[in-house]
Design a protein around this ligand. Structure first.
Ligand SMILES: Cc1cc2nc3c(=O)[nH]c(=O)nc-3n(C[C@H](O)[C@H](O)[C@H](O)COP(=O)(O)OP(=O)(O)OC[C@H]3O[C@@H](n4cnc5c(N)ncnc54)[C@H](O)[C@@H]3O)c2cc1C
Length: 807
């Protein structure tokens, strides 16, 4: 008889054992963990074991904080020694910019209640007297960080799972995954034959790519050799020294039992390993040969900071492979194959992350959705281009090689570009476009041809002024005063069609989308908890055909979300992103510009706001949508890709007489902030509902839709509400995650913001405790360690009544 379990977890590292532990904690004990060799014989056994909590995103930090809490109590709970040492962590600043980064992180940590302090060099030196203070400008100290024994952690998690009924099988190798008709049904193992389950979790670490392919799921992890060295005992090193990182020197340290130091780092020339063929079938309990030439620079850099290292002998250089990802984020969640989950690619912070990863995955499996917004880690974020191992490797290489660098806002990745280009690409280049990249698409950030030194005085202070141009101001103002032409061809476009398309979308969308053809509806799709899963426009093209337009980065997510909701309805969902170019023509002159090259009647009577028409513009057939993300009169024009270049030229030409300029995405962002429009993933996420975000106008409670019950239940509950803040310093630009103070207390963190160049204010969004304080209420926002006064203002600083968009 075939064995059957409720869930199978593949992989006996910290990832798999933590998922098994948390599934059992949620009451799923009919679970088997399959490990092809011994527990911890993948990347886990050779880990350095540092646990640091403060990370780049809210959810990741919360996951790390949860993990730390778990590690503190796990030994008492399971009786297994995890050697948790809560010694704290130091992060040194050896440059002015790094000190600013630490100050920013301290503010960020404060919004979580993390006791992160900025220390003077002397104070830091008191905690770790072995480092040479010359050249060190200060440090951040987080006393609740620490280190542990990675294998001990995996054994303890496995023991916790076992006690709650999970079966742990070692020497059980999965040789194939049975995935048919879009869902997983079980696995086949070399030792136990077939095992059935509706849920299979791929927690295969660096082997996750191979395991994924067994289910035809692309998991773009790339193994890299990661090295650290173990010194001989050094006088003054005790187990209670804090861990220490010096990102400017690319190195980290932790004490080892017996007075030795473990020292590792992120070299500039990392070593991808077994990328095409995958790690060998017998690669368990093994290491790669130490690569001293690659490590030497790091060792010297470390010795320049901790001179005693130069005198101490090296016991060994350890080179262990670890799964990195093309964007440095974990890969988590349910794949396109229903029931086939992934938890891999922990990028050398899987020990710190394991607790949170287990919690998130278990909730995802048991409840159908994770409780936290983990979109940045979602396996669905990758497009089909990540099937190329070369592309995945190049992207991961860049992330690894720049791991410790300061990443200024607006910084763009270089690897693997250009990949996807819009039809007018050559012309955009001629116009001196500064390109950025999103989801593989080349997109214009701004045009250098629009630069104007007169706007230099508006350059945001500090980091925000690094990747910035006066052209952004010029393009922003041109859009407000005359018109601007934006190439938005990368917008994700989905077509939903079929006899049940209207009822299907009506069930998915919170707004009423079952309106007559030519209607354009702004709406959100909600999850069962009432949180915002997607923010989009839905245009009805015909009775049974709809066009959905979504932000470039979220197309894959929304496509997967929509497909997941499909049952046996007669609905066809198609990604048509590359099939159409899209141009936004916005500004007070937009109607005049278009009228010069179309016979269509663009008057308010015939073509009102939030309507769509098939019109010809120049010689291009277009679907024109009267919508805007910048808060001005205008249209989005969608034309088949082959007409894209000529339509762009015609629009450029027609715009010239009206002083219109081609413009880029950075202007779109400042324009949307000024108008109070929100960005999914920052201002609105699966955790917030539309009422909290002030989007109640886009909810139709008169009909049934997914998430409605939860939404109604939470509507009157006390929960934070989104507010717009205007900062006193018009050049102090928020980057997101800054703490917000009211009466001396931290009350919130910034979700996003920017400078409204037309209203000449620096603007930011934040969720504040309900009821919202009155407009005019004084608050403070900590920007790079400095408190900047702010006041609560109405949602939109620009055209609050929306007269311009209906002009
Ligand atoms: C040198 C080094 C230093 C590090 N330092 C730190 C640190 O200081 N802090 C930190 O947080 N992280 C650190 N890490 C990262 C951390 O060790 C990893 O992120 C973590 O161990 C990965 O755990 P995992 O469960 O995903 O993978 P693994 O531990 O590799 O587990 C995956 C398991 O899946 C099994 N498997 C694969 N295929 C099959 C199959 N077909 N059937 C059955 N089983 C299968 C494998 O045998 C393996 O045991 C470091 C990593 C390295 C290499």
């Amino acid at each position: 008889m075939t064995e059957s379990f409720r869930a199978i977890v593949i992989g006996g590292g910290v990832g798999g054992t933590s998922i098994a532990y948390h599934l059992a904690a949620l009451g799923w004990s009919d679970v088997v963990l399959l490990e092809r060799a011994d527990l911890t014989s993948g990347s886990t056994f050779h880990s350095a074991g540092l646990v640091g909590q403060l990370r780049s995103s809210v959810s990741l930090t919360r996951m790390m904080m949860y993990g730390t809490d778990l590690y503190r109590r796990l030994q008492d709970e399971t009786g297994v020694d995890v050697s948790w040492h809560e010694v704290g962590s130091l992060r040194l600043a050896s440059s002015g910019e790094r000190l600013q980064e630490l100050q920013r992180q301290a503010g960020w940590g404060r919004t979580f209640g993390l006791p992160l302090e900025i220390l003077s060099t002397e104070e830091a030196h008191d905690l770790f007297p072995l480092f040479d203070p010359s050249g060190v400008l200060g440090a951040a100290f987080l006393p609740t960080d620490g280190y542990l024994d990675p294998s001990g952690l995996a054994f303890a998690l496995a023991e916790g799972a076992r006690r709650r009924g999970v079966e742990i099988r070692t020497n059980a190798r999965v040789t194939s995954v049975d995935a048919r008709d879009g869902r997983v049904r079980g696995v086949v193992t070399a030792e136990h034959g077939r095992i059935d389950a509706d849920v299979v979790v791929n927690a295969g670490g660096m082997f996750a790519h191979q395991l994924g392919r067994m289910a035809e799921v692309e998991v773009p992890v790339v193994p890299f050799g990661h090295q650290y060295l173990l010194t001989e005992p050094i006088e003054g090193v005790t187990a209670e020294l804090p861990t220490m990182r010096d990102p400017d020197r690319l190195v980290y340290f932790r004490p080892e039992a017996g007075g030795a130091l473990v020292m590792g780092g992120y070299e500039r020339n990392p070593d991808p390993w077994a990328v095409e063929e995958g790690p060998p079938a017998d690669f368990n309990g093994k290491l790669l040969p130490g690569d001293w030439p690659r490590f030497e620079w790091l060792a010297e850099s470390a010795a320049s900071l901790v001179p005693a290292m130069g005198d101490a002998g090296m016991v060994r250089l350890l080179n262990g492979p670890e799964a990195f990802t093309p964007d440095g984020e974990f890969i988590l969640g349910e794949s396109d194959v229903r029931g086939f989950f992934v938890a891999a690619g922990f990028c050398a912070h899987g020990i710190a992350g394991a607790g949170g990863i287990g919690k998130v995955l278990a909730e995802w499996i048991v409840d159908g959705e994770p409780a936290w917004d983990v979109w940045k880690m979602d396996v669905r974020r990758f497009g089909p281009h990540y099937r190329s191992r070369g592309y995945a490797r190049d992207r991961a290489y860049e992330v690894y090689a720049t791991y410790y660098d300061i990443h200024y806002p607006g910084e763009e990745r270089r690897a693997g570009r250009p990949l996807k280009v819009p039809p007018a690409y050559a012309r955009l280049q001629e116009l001196d476009a500064e390109f950025g990249e999103k989801s593989g698409w080349e997109r214009v950030n701004w045009f250098r041809s629009n630069e104007d030194p007169a706007h230099e005085a508006r350059r945001p202070r500090g980091w925000a002024g690094e990747h910035w141009s006066t052209a952004i101001v010029a393009e922003h103002l041109a859009c407000r005063e005359r018109a601007a032409l934006f190439d938005e061809s990368s917008f994700a476009k989905l077509e939903v069609s079929g006899p049940d398309a209207a009822t299907f979308l009506q069930r998915l969308c919170a707004n009423d989308v079952d309106r007559p053809p030519s209607s354009v509806v702004y709406t959100q799709m909600l999850n069962p908890r009432g949180g915002i899963e997607s923010d989009l426009t839905v245009t009805r093209l015909a009775d049974e055909r709809f066009r959905l337009v979504i932000g470039t980065a979220f197309g894959n997510h929304d496509l997967a979300w929509i497909r997941k909701q499909l049952g046996d309805q007669r609905v066809h969902v198609r990604d048509v992103t590359g099939a159409f170019a899209c141009y936004g023509v916005w500004g007070p002159c937009a109607r005049d510009i278009l009228s010069a090259i179309t016979d269509a009647d663009l008057s308010n009577d015939v073509f009102p706001y939030l309507h769509a028409r098939e019109i010809d513009v120049g010689s291009a057939p277009c679907l024109a949508l009267r919508v805007t993300y910048v808060g001005e009169l205008g249209w989005e024009l969608y034309t088949p890709a082959e007409f894209g270049a000529s339509l762009f030229e015609a629009l450029l030409e027609a715009g010239r007489d009206h002083g219109a300029v081609p413009a880029g995405y950075r202007a779109i962002d400042s324009l949307r902030v000024e108008k109070g429009y929100l960005a999914w993933g920052a201002d609105i996420t699966p955790e917030e509902d539309p009422f909290q975000a002030g989007l109640g106008f886009a909810v139709d409670l008169g009909k049934d839709f997914l998430g409605k019950d939860a939404l109604v239940a939470r509507r009157d509950r006390e929960r934070p509400r989104l507010a717009t803040l205007a900062l006193e310093d018009a050049r102090a630009m928020v980057l997101g995650n800054e703490p917000v103070f009211h009466g001396g207390d931290v009350v919130s963190r910034i979700t996003s913001g920017g400078i409204g160049y037309a209203v000449e204010r620096s603007i930011a969004f934040a969720y504040l405790p309900s009821p919202l304080p009155d407009p005019g209420t004084r608050l403070e926002v900590e920007v790079f360690g400095e408190r900047v006064g702010a006041e609560i203002v109405g949602r939109a600083l620009w055209d609050p009544a929306g007269e311009r968009i209906r002009a």
